[in-house]
Ligand binder design. Structure first.
Ligand code: SAM
Ligand code: SF4
Length: 484
């Protein structure tokens, strides 16, 4: 099912690593269908936005972007909305942005080839918009809604792909267009069944469904053969992974693996030097993951374990399925690991009903854990979520104040933590060069940025691994020199 090979597309991605990787798969799919990717909206026939709806701001961004370019419909350009906003809003997107022709939710990507075919076929059947847009405005303003006026601002083609939450389908494709030649993502589990009170993900990404460990390992081996040395395993809750091997359609049951076993197996694929995984849910975080990190040197010494709040009362209201004590137990496992594990997290401030005391408990948790980095968010009410019904909303100014206090406290923690690395030597993967600073950009196994200098005679290659001694620190990065 191939379309005209002169067709071009532009794709912009919003949101998390899952979306970035979905876009790599969408790009691969489009290229296989005969499209060519271009760098700007102006060069493209088809303009796609892979969207995020985790917070209201992310969602608004998409509609602003669509509004910015709506005049381009008159030039014959088609617009498509993919991802979480598409899944959440469905056909309502056609009302809010009538120039959109394609809406495809994140659970429906496997249908993209058919949807693109329909889009092109139906598009070819409607009259040329460029001519219609030149109709003098006086001809269509009196009635306000004549055929021509609608044609200039509204797409007559509407293709929708929205799966319900219960879909079992994963977006597996052999056409992934990975952008980085050294480091690549593999999605091992899609969707989420946890239903935290504040979160849209279970509604936008469907129910939890894992790929077989055989198919994940086959992809990892294929990537190693292509020269990739770092693999990042992805999932909304990557460690909730349940190998479907042994189930109907799931392959041999004797190959069934737990998440920790799969992690170790990917780490043992010849040629793979680093394996990362994100995001882990504290409830499903077993000690066997730390044992795997201890046993397999290629598994990176970094765990992202979002806590959201340090208060049991708030954790309970958020329906997070763990207590502070249980969370701290997992932190204790990490701190007892053979290598020092860098721990990072997500925190939400201003969840409905969060008191000053609750917030103080979150601050004390930051001190107790000593995170290397924390993504901090103001609570954002989201459609369909149970927390919409909660009373005691926190005013926005108060959320903003708490966010600032939290970030300032975390900054102090990071300043102290990063200082400790001065004088130590770490292996970094070389990610690029910052010419203006005459520095190479490196990343440690702990996921810290370590920018460094190197003698011209030993300039490292991008994608190589070199030892670097840290000589100075900032709150979010280290600076050093290559050890030659
Ligand atoms: N599954 C992961 C977990 O449970 O920790 C998190 C995935 S979610 C896509 C990423 C982060 O977005 C969450 O950890 C949370 O901090 C934040 N987030 C999700 N919904 C939010 C909301 N309604 N308001 C503010 N932050 C939110
Ligand atoms: Fe959202 Fe909670 Fe699922 Fe994470 S576990 S994706 S925060 S519902």
């Amino acid at each position: 099912m191939s379309v005209d090979s002169n067709k071009t597309f532009y794709l912009e991605t919003f949101g998390c690593q899952m979306n970035v990787h979905d876009s790599e798969k969408v790009i691969g799919t489009l290229v296989h269908e005969g499209y060519r990717q271009v760098e700007t909206v102006e060069q493209a026939d088809l303009i796609l936005y892979n969207t995020c709806s985790i917070r209201d701001k992310a969602e608004q961004k998409v509609f602003h972007r669509l509004a910015d370019y709506k005049k381009l419909l008159a030039q014959g350009k088609k617009f498509g909305v993919l991802g979480c906003v598409a899944q959440q809003e469905g056909e309502k997107i056609f009302e809010r942005a009538p120039h959109v022709s394609l809406v495809c939710g994140s659970a429906s990507y496997r249908k993209l080839p058919e949807m693109l075919f329909e889009l092109e076929k139906n598009w070819a059947a409607v009259p040329n918009r460029a001519e219609e847009s030149q109709v003098p405005s006086s001809e269509f303003t009196h009635s306000g809604n004549t055929r021509n006026s609608r044609l200039a601002t509204q797409s007559l083609v509407r293709i929708t792909g929205i799966d319900d939450r219960e879909t079992d389908e994963c977006f597996e494709t052999e056409f992934t267009a990975r952008t980085n030649p050294h480091r690549g993502y593999i999605t091992i589990i899609e969707g989420c069944d946890k239903f935290c009170a504040y979160c849209v993900v279970p509604f936008t990404r469907g129910k939890e469904r894992s790929r077989t460990s055989d198919s994940v390992l086959a992809e990892a081996r294929q990537m190693a053969d292509l020269g990739y040395t770092e693999i990042q395993l992805l999932g909304q809750n990557v460690n909730s992974y349940k190998d479907p091997a042994g189930k109907p359609g799931g392959g041999f049951s004797r190959n069934k693996k737990t998440f920790a076993e799969l992690l170790a197996a990917v780490g043992e694929v010849p040629g793979i030097r680093r394996v990362r995984f994100t995001t882990s849910h504290p409830r499903d975080f077993g000690r066997d993951i730390i044992e795997a990190i201890d046993a397999v040197p290629t598994l990176c010494d970094h765990v992202h374990l979002p806590v959201q709040s340090g208060s049991d009362r708030v954790l309970n209201a958020m329906q997070r399925l763990y207590t502070r004590e249980q969370y701290m137990e997992r932190i204790a496992w990490m701190k007892a690991a053979k290598r020092e594990i860098s721990i990072t997290s997500d925190v939400i401030v201003g969840f409905p009903g969060e008191t000053e005391e609750d917030f103080a408990e979150t601050l004390s948790l930051l001190d107790e854990v000593g995170y290397d980095s924390v993504f901090t968010f103001k609570y954002s009410p989201r459609p369909n979520t149970p927390s919409l019904a909660l009373e005691d909303a926190i005013p926005d100014e108060e959320k903003a104040r708490r966010l600032e206090v939290l970030m300032a406290r975390q900054r102090e923690i990071q300043i102290a933590r990063y200082k400790k690395y001065i004088g130590t030597i770490s292996e970094v993967m070389v990610e690029g060069r910052n010419e203006s600073r005459a520095q190479w950009i490196g990343r440690t196994s702990q996921n810290k940025t370590l920018n460094f200098t190197a003698p011209e005679s030993s300039a490292p290659k991008v994608g190589s691994y070199v030892p670097v001694r840290a000589t100075a620190s900032f709150p979010n990065s280290l600076v050093g020199e290559m050890v030659v």
